[in-house]
Design a protein around this ligand. Structure first.
Ligand code: IPE
Ligand code: IPE
Ligand code: MG
Length: 246
């Protein structure tokens, strides 16, 4: 695979954990736990294939609607995963970032996030972004609030607000935009993930559930990406196959 055919940024909706567990007569939580192993594998593969950014949807704004016990187990799982993995990520020169409304998280989890981001901020091999309590609507509203505050303070004129400014203030600002969107678990929807940022991502859906998603599935997704012609509004004749240039 030539370099220009490899996505710089992959964004994944890790779905199908519950159904994976149910099929095996296990509690839903066993699926979430098995999903953590998949995260570990995919992070390794991203390093191997020189992906620059991997964004993972771990908990959506809407997931609070789940039974209280599942929400609380998910929080615990996230906390232990951070406690266990951050040092390893750092050792491997991987940067960790968290996006989402962290205010509503337990203090311990918030502190873990702050420490992990601080520790890994200068790492260069791969950036792993975890979206927790994240929603695309929330993200757009937060960005609007930031810009509106500047207008209120007189440092920005409303008519000067443009797409670039939005891009510079929304989550994932400063990172390459997602090139490849993957959703496991069979559903074909965005479920309020990165609504602004996915504007031109290539979409890839697979029936494989997240705990079962392995190297072979990952490579099939990369291959599918490599066959796409990204036109960004231009004609086919104007662009070369696999070109990632916007
Ligand atoms: C995705 O798996 C993980 C989270 C949303 C936290 P699900 O828990 O949604 O699994 P299914 O869709 O019920 O199989
Ligand atoms: C999306 O999965 C959120 C995450 C994977 C974190 P869901 O399973 O919550 O999505 P819906 O509800 O089926 O759309
Ligand atoms: Mg689901």
């Amino acid at each position: 695979m030539s370099d220009s055919c490899v996505p710089r940024h992959i964004a994944i909706i890790m779905d199908g954990n519950g159904r994976w567990a149910k099929k095996r007569a296990l509690p839903r939580f066993a699926g979430h736990k098995a999903g953590v192993d998949t995260v570990r594998n995919i992070v390794k593969l991203c390093v191997e294939y020189k992906i620059e950014v991997l964004t993972l949807f771990a908990f959506s704004s809407e997931n609070w609607r789940r039974p209280e016990q599942e929400v609380s187990l998910l929080m615990q799982l996230l906390t232990t995963a951070l406690e266990r993995e951050v040092k390893k990520l750092h050792k491997n020169n991987i940067r960790l970032q968290i996006i989402g409304a962290l205010e509503s998280f337990p203090e311990k989890l918030r502190q873990l996030v702050i420490d992990a981001e601080q520790l890994t901020k200068n790492n260069t091999v791969l950036t792993v972004v975890i979206a927790v309590n994240y929603g695309g609507h929330w993200d757009i509203v937060e960005t609007t609030k930031k810009l509106a505050t500047q207008v209120e303070q007189g440092t920005l004129k409303a008519q000067d607000i443009d797409e670039k400014m939005f891009e510079n203030n929304i989550c994932l600002a400063g990172l390459p935009i997602p090139d490849l969107f993957i959703r496991t678990g069979g559903e074909q929807r965005i479920s309020n993930f990165l609504l602004w940022q996915l504007a031109y991502a290539e979409m890839y859906f697979t029936d494989t559930s997240w705990p079962a998603f392995d190297k072979e599935d990952f490579l099939i997704a990369l291959k599918s990406f490599a066959t796409r012609q990204r036109r960004f509004g231009r004609t086919s004749e104007q662009v070369e196959k696999c070109s990632n240039n916007v």
